[in-house]
Design a protein around this ligand. Structure first.
Ligand code: GTP
Ligand code: MG
Ligand code: NA
Length: 411
């Protein structure tokens, strides 16, 4: 009986809200860190996972980006947590991504706390935010509603203790529990390929105890845990429920948002991952055949005519982490396609390699790199094969560069 083994676990708290409303600054103040100073373009472009102690008790936090491009990250963040802290800037009020974040939090059924931030700023209007909450059916507690609302200034450190206290009280009410030992399972927060380390993943343990030496499987990726690091980069030997850790030793970067579990040994992990890969391939092939037989010849003919009318723009996408690759792909799909047909002929996580250049050369594609470096010799090779490489480390600037290149094609 598992319920007899349950023990209290720390809450997982996700910080959500519109771009620049102060989420990362709030976490920096709580953690006495300075993450914000190192961000490109002043925006968060990844999920961050941290554990802090407040009044002697651990709390786990997820920081999410507020920029429109990263809605999948916000949704994933909201769905892997117990409590969502919706940050609303007092001088700006509810904005599109505030509403989107609220929708994700509701959908995930997590409990909600609203932090009205920037109360020190010129034009701050706490009552206006509370009115907006009321209009959205989430009236604040002190206005007769149910939502705990804390005015804060992340920049000046005001109201932070009250916010942490509210989080603690809320998690107490929720009586969060998990089995703290034995077989572990949990969720992939983010994954990437790191130089010298290979594929790594930041994971959040949901149950059991994850240990160095464990064998894991996650979709088509397997892992023999070589090392684990906490959010400060310190090596740890084990991690229990609600703890975020970076895990090194993967065969492949596992998909963000997917679930890992421990299996009895490395051989078993490889076997299960291989099986998943085979069945995925089979499913893809079946889908492809089904789509082919469903489409009439006439439809095929029309789409063939349609696409010859358009100019093709083939791209190979490379991004620093799995989540940003997904965000980039999403943004490209939204670019206007009436004249230029953008086609993704390859994509992956990690630096731009000579192999990417080869593929680009063979498929007449442009390489698009988001926040990645180039392998030695890539530039020369690209020049030789006449392959273009477009790069930036701020997502909306990269999209602008791509849009310009698409426009150039029509000139
Ligand atoms: P994204 O992750 O890109 O969505 O932004 P964010 O919500 O993490 O906001 P961030 O922490 O990057 O802060 C955005 C700007 O607001 C920065 O210039 C901060 O210094 C400023 N800021 C954050 N909190 C406060 C606050 O309490 N008061 C004032 N006046 N400015 C703040
Ligand atoms: Mg941020
Ligand atoms: Na920002």
């Amino acid at each position: 009986d598992e319920s007899a083994l349950l023990e209290p676990r720390p809450p997982v708290v996700c910080i959500l809200g519109h771009v620049d409303h102060g989420k990362t600054t709030l976490l920096d103040t709580i953690r006495k860190a300075k993450v914000v100073d190192d961000e490109f373009g002043g925006i968060t472009q990844h999920i961050g996972a941290y554990q802090v102690e407040a009044s002697g008790e651990p709390l786990s936090f997820l920081d999410t980006p507020g920029h429109a491009a990263f809605s999948r990250m916000r949704e994933r963040g909201a769905s892997t947590t117990d409590i969502a802290v919706l940050v609303v800037a007092a001088d700006d009020g509810f904005k599109p991504q505030t509403d989107e974040a609220l929708k994700f939090a509701k959908k995930a059924g997590v409990s909600l706390i609203v932090a009205i931030n920037k109360i020190d700023a010129k034009g701050a209007n706490i009552d206006r935010v509370k009115t907006q909450m009321q209009e959205r059916g989430i009236a604040p507690e002190d206005w007769g509603g149910e939502v705990i609302t804390v005015p804060v200034s992340a920049l000046k450190g005001e109201g932070i203790d009250q916010l942490l206290e509210m989080i603690r009280l809320q998690s107490e009410i929720m009586e969060l529990k998990a089995v703290p030992k034995g077989k572990s399972s949990g969720v992939i927060i983010e994954s990437q390929i790191e130089q010298g380390r290979g594929p790594t993943a930041t994971i959040l343990v949901k149950k059991g105890k994850l240990k160095v030496g464990d064998a894991l499987v996650c979709g088509t990726a397997s892992c023999k845990v070589k090392a684990m690091h906490d959010d400060l980069g310190k090596a740890v030997k084990e991690a229990g429920p609600s703890t975020p850790v970076k895990v090194i030793g993967w065969s492949d970067a596992p998909e963000s948002g997917s679930t890992y579990e421990t299996v009895k040994n490395e051989r078993e992990a490889k076997r299960v991952a291989e099986e998943t890969l085979e069945s995925r391939k089979k499913k893809e092939e079946e889908d492809r055949l089904a789509a082919k037989s469903a489409g009439s010849n006439l439809d095929d003919l029309f789409s063939a005519i349609e696409s010859t009318r358009k100019t093709n723009f083939n791209v190979i996408l490379k991004a620093d982490v799995h989540g940003s690759l997904e965000a980039l792909t999403g943004m490209l799909q939204e670019l206007p396609s009436d004249q230029v047909e953008l086609k993704v002929v390859g994509k992956g996580v990690g630096m731009i390699t000579k192999k990417d250049v080869e593929l680009a050369g063979a498929s007449d594609a442009t390489i698009v790199g988001f926040n990645v470096r180039m392998e030695n010799g890539v530039q020369g090779h690209a020049k030789h094969l006449d392959v273009r490489i477009l790069q930036d480390n701020i997502i909306y600037q990269l999209i602008d560069i791509i849009r310009e290149s698409m426009a150039e094609l029509l000139e």
